[in-house]
Design a protein around this ligand. Structure first.
Ligand SMILES: Nc1ncnc2c1ncn2[C@@H]1O[C@H](COP(=O)(O)OP(=O)(O)O)[C@@H](O)[C@H]1O
Ligand code: SF4
Ligand SMILES: [Mg+2]
Length: 314
């Protein structure tokens, strides 16, 4: 296991052409995930998190158009960055998916073949990706008992299917782990176990991009946080700093909506990605807006807001 594995993403945008409209799913995302660190990407459902992850792996459908760049520097010396956006499918399939980058998918059921047992699928991944670990070792890491591996996907609970998918994602010993809502359908003890495993992966030197709408999970596992609103990153920084002293009004709203805080949801709804308002997309829900907010605020010092909280621009 090498400890190099740095993902750099610059101005990544994804749009989908649908009849009569353009879905602006991701707008100009710029961020970095470093080896040995976990970056949590948080935001409400539908804000573009999974689309961003799929863009990095070349897994978007034909109606998608992707702009911007993303590089993964892998652990071979000299470390040649692999260009991810626009890479031929043969490169993505042969070098990236499952090997350089392991994807823990949001809907594991769609990633498992219905007619083969979990063990057969895990063994295939172990063989194809030349894993150092056995199927049973990988399964044990995610709390699966050996006899559970003999089941077919329809005989697995949602939680078990998720754990099988997690084990498959790690079979290729990837440098970067993309975990897209890895705890969906899991009970509290398995959430804890999965989160502890993600932390271990970081501590072994891998880079982890954790996609979640669960701020508490992000707070427990991640080192850094990136907050996404309507396809755009609005605040980034060390997780304790961002959640302890949010500067973007949307981040402040998310923090206040937590059950252990005021438990007051952010008023209003996010905009349709086919009809983003001009300027700052949070403007219709923001109590601090002024006429300056009619232009899109640039990311400056970790916050993209014309009037950040607690800052010198307030
Ligand atoms: N193939 C597609 N065609 C059109 N729109 C899509 C397609 N895939 C995703 N979208 C839209 O992109 C937006 C972001 O979706 P997604 O990334 O799945 O959100 P989430 O943050 O919940 O993971 C949503 O509005 C979704 O409807
Ligand atoms: S740019 Fe303006 S509207 Fe947007 S979050 Fe900041 S203050 Fe609110
Ligand atoms: Mg998603």
């Amino acid at each position: 296991m090498n400890d190099l594995g740095r993902l750099r993403v610059r101005d990544l945008s994804v749009t989908f052409r649908v009849p009569g409209a353009l879905v602006r799913a991701v707008s100009e995302a710029t961020f970095e995930v470093r080896p040995g660190r976990c970056l949590a990407l948080v935001g409400e459902s539908g804000c573009g998190k999974s689309v961003l992850a799929h863009a990095l792996l070349g897994l978007l459908p034909a109606n998608a158009s992707v702009r911007g760049r993303a590089w993964l520097t892998c652990g071979e010396q000299p470390a040649e960055p692999v260009e991810l956006i626009g890479a031929p499918q043969a490169v993505l399939a042969g070098k990236v998916r499952g090997r350089a980058i392991g994807l823990i998918p949001q809907s594991p059921a769609t990633h498992l073949t219905p007619v083969r047992t979990a063990r057969a699928q895990l063994r295939e991944a172990v063989r194809e990706l030349r894993s150092h670990a056995t199927a049973d070792e990988l399964a044990a890491r995610f709390g699966l008992r050996p006899e559970e591996l003999d089941r077919y996907p329809h005989e697995l609970s949602g939680g078990m299917a998720q754990r099988v998918a997690n084990a498959i994602a790690l079979a290729g010993d990837p440098w970067l782990v993309l975990a897209d809502e890895p705890t969906g359908g899991l009970d509290r003890s398995l959430v804890d176990r999965t989160m502890a495993t993600l932390r271990e992966l970081c501590d072994e030197g891998r880079a982890v991009l954790l996609i979640t709408h669960d701020l508490r999970a992000a707070e427990r596992v991640a080192d850094d946080l990136a907050v996404m609103y309507a396809g755009r990153l609005v605040e980034t920084g060390p997780v304790a700093e961002v959640l302890g002293r949010p500067r973007h009004p949307y981040t402040a709203g998310l923090v206040a909506a937590q059950p252990d805080r005021a438990f007051v949801p952010v008023p209003g709804l996010p905009p349709e990605l086919t009809r983003l308002p001009p300027g700052c997309a949070f403007r219709p829900r923001c109590g601090r807006h002024t006429e300056r907010c009619a232009t899109v605020p640039a990311m400056d010092g970790g916050v993209a807001c014309h009037h950040p909280l607690g800052g010198r621009h307030a």
